[in-house]
Design a protein. Structure first.
Length: 461
């Protein structure tokens, strides 16, 4: 869609020339219409949606955000027939994902608007545990029997394939609907008409369990590069399929939750624009309170070394440098390890490998910063920018050694805390950057002042 066509279309909407808008809609696909929804007011969104044909309305609805979908549903509430038609037309997996975002009472009300057949499908999908693969799957697929010939299979596909979510892969099941194999449609089309489907099977297929966590599906899709995968019950019965577009949505949602947790806040149940100020405070305040008490320990650590600070006030100048370096190194390590755990690159058993690697990394990083810190004091002293006293070289050594050990400690803390959380069945993303930074701040001050006492006693202390 060219910018000029889009601008012209938006101008028609702005001028309320709805008859011309309806005629122009045939030039757009569902994705383009969904993009236009983002650029027009809510009142115009509702009018535009009502102008869509039944098929285009269904496909466009699936590309809208959950907030826009809710607005559309609310606008159609008075028109029961149109709302019922829309809900019945939606693909079962997309409809289930939408219902999950709604309050329970609203979901139940909308389920009652479905046809008997669609209601049974929706109830079944919603009956699986939250965040399970069963909630993602759709029962709209094509399956054939192993004793079909290619000709019979193609006739079966023509007859039942119209409503299938995808026809890239056809599933082979026995008479009890147990999954035997899957076969690409290309292989069926290119095979001789009298060849049996069983002869196309190699009995090598990948499937998902309906009760597994959705994150399992994300990993399996990434490992096997598929556009769709079958979902089975524990006994191997084929229940449905999951397509890659649904898995991408799950991955995006999981990544969003991890980012929010890593930032030191609980995951938001709704989009930012839909979350009230009070709900936002509720999500963010617990971590802020915990971190505040953690910072109180920083004040306590400084109080403990108050005498040393009075005798060597120059040490105060380097406190921000010291604690920020430790916190930054810890946050870096935590972000790398959490992401690697999420991608399955690391497992719990790899903790010792990670510790060895991070000890080496922490020492090198700390040494680099320590050298930079020492030369900063040296240059400032020699250039006359600041007089650090007659024992300035020992101050420089104190800062350099402190940076080595604090960066090392920050790196170890940031890399090991996610493993500890995972060991206790907690989300590693909870090892948020603020949490790691606060932990390293407190312990970093203790390390700093302990090294200062070691090097400066009998000189400045």
């Amino acid at each position: 869609m060219s910018d000029s066509i889009k601008i012209h279309f938006l101008q028609l909407i702005e001028e309320n020339r709805w008859k011309e808008v309806k005629n122009e809609l045939t030039n757009f696909d569902p994705v383009q219409i969904a993009e236009i929804f983002e650029e027009i007011p809510k009142s115009d969104q509702i009018i535009l949606f009502r102008l869509l044909s039944r098929k285009l309305a269904k496909e466009t609805f699936q590309h809208l955000s959950y907030e826009e979908q809710e607005d559309i549903i609310e606008s159609l509430a008075a028109n029961v027939n149109k709302l019922s038609t829309l809900l019945n037309d939606l693909d079962p997996d997309d409809r289930t994902a939408f219902f999950e975002e709604l309050p329970g009472t609203m979901s139940q009300r909308l389920i009652q608007m479905l046809s008997k057949e669609e209601r049974e499908i929706a109830t079944k999908l919603l009956g699986y545990p939250e965040e399970s693969i069963g909630r993602l799957m759709t029962p709209e697929y094509v399956a054939v029997k192993p004793y079909y010939t290619v000709q019979e299979a193609l006739e079966h596909i023509r007859r039942f394939g119209q409503n299938s979510e995808t026809l890239n892969v056809i599933y082979i099941v026995d008479d009890d609907w147990k999954l035997i194999d899957d076969v690409k449609i290309r292989e069926i089309i290119l095979a001789p008409a009298d060849k049996l489907i069983s002869e196309l099977s190699d009995n090598r297929f990948v499937s998902l369990n309906a009760y597994d966590d959705q994150e399992v599906a994300v990993k399996v899709f990434a490992d096997h590069d598929r556009v769709a995968l079958p979902v089975t019950a524990t006994d191997g019965t084929l229940l449905g399929i999951v397509t890659v577009d649904d898995v991408i949505d799950v991955q995006e949602q999981e990544s969003t939750e991890d980012f929010q947790k890593f930032g030191g806040t609980a995951e938001l149940d709704l989009a930012y624009t839909k979350t009230s100020v009070f709900e936002m405070i509720k999500k963010r305040s617990p971590w802020l309170v915990i971190l505040f008490f953690g910072q109180l320990l920083t004040a306590s650590a400084m109080t403990h070394f108050e005498d040393q600070l009075e005798k060597a006030i120059v040490l105060v100048l380097f406190i921000p440098l010291i604690i920020s370096s430790g916190g930054n190194s810890g946050s870096q390590a935590a972000s790398i390890i959490i992401r690697s755990l999420a991608l399955g690159e690391l497992q719990l058993k790899n903790w010792w490998y990670v510790m060895r690697k991070e000890i080496f990394s922490g020492l090198l990083l700390g040494t680099i910063l320590g050298v930079v810190g020492f030369f900063r004091i040296l240059i400032w002293q020699q250039a006359g920018f600041h007089d650090h006293g007659v024992f300035w070289i020992w101050v420089g050594i104190t800062v350099a050694c402190s940076l080595i050990f604090i960066v090392l400690w920050g790196t170890l803390a940031g890399s090991m805390i996610p493993f500890i959380l995972k060991r206790f069945k907690l989300d590693p993303a909870t090892a948020s950057a603020p949490f790691v930074a606060t932990l390293v701040d407190v312990t970093g001050l203790i390390i700093y002042f302990s090294i200062a006492v070691l090097f400066l006693t009998g000189k400045m202390l």
